[in-house]
Design a binder for this molecule. Sequence first.
Ligand code: GRF
Length: 217
Amino acid sequence: MTDTGKLKILVLISGNGSNLQAIIDSCQSGKISNGHVSQVISSKEGAFGLERAAKANIPTHVHKLQNYYKGIPKEEKEKRNQARELFNKELAEYILQPENKPDLIVCAGWMIILSPSFLNPLKEIPIINLHPALPGAFAGIKAIERAYEAGQKGEITKGGVMIHKVIAEVDEGDPLLVKELDLKKEETLEQYESRVHDIEHEAIVDGTIIALEKLVQ
Ligand code: GRF
């Protein structure tokens, strides 16, 4: 909680940050009435989402996996896994520093798997994630494309997005909110993707509101 009496929302990003922008805008408009974005952490330097945060005077930090991999050849799988665990562990330590500690963590286009080395130290802090697929379908990367392809083959008729609790199993935590979309045979991937992004921007705000409400209950 900040001195403004608002809950602190830490947003994790890796890219454009359009979902981060939706949260920022909703905090400014009052749609999110009891929280504010206290910090943005990006896994990539130069992510446009960092510019969005800076424009909104939100502190930013970059936490790069590549820095942990430096000097470890790709073939050294075990050493890379250890480096990845250290990346997770130190990200949690950074977040838990008193000046950074949030009330809620929102993964908005964060593209690196968060392991138990990250999740366990943060057990007391709710972590939610936006995933552009329905519960139990298309966990992992390229979910939008995979859902679209399945629709084109007539295997499914519904796509959509969800906001879910982050657990060790990727994209499998309990959903807080699901928004469905009808898959249309006649549309292109780009058209479907555009509709997905539109409902993502609603879902990320509505999911953040739900998570904040749970904190004040
Ligand atoms: C979104 O499509 C999200 O579903 C996926 O990455 C994208 C993030 O977009 N994980 P942005 O960085 O919020 O614009």
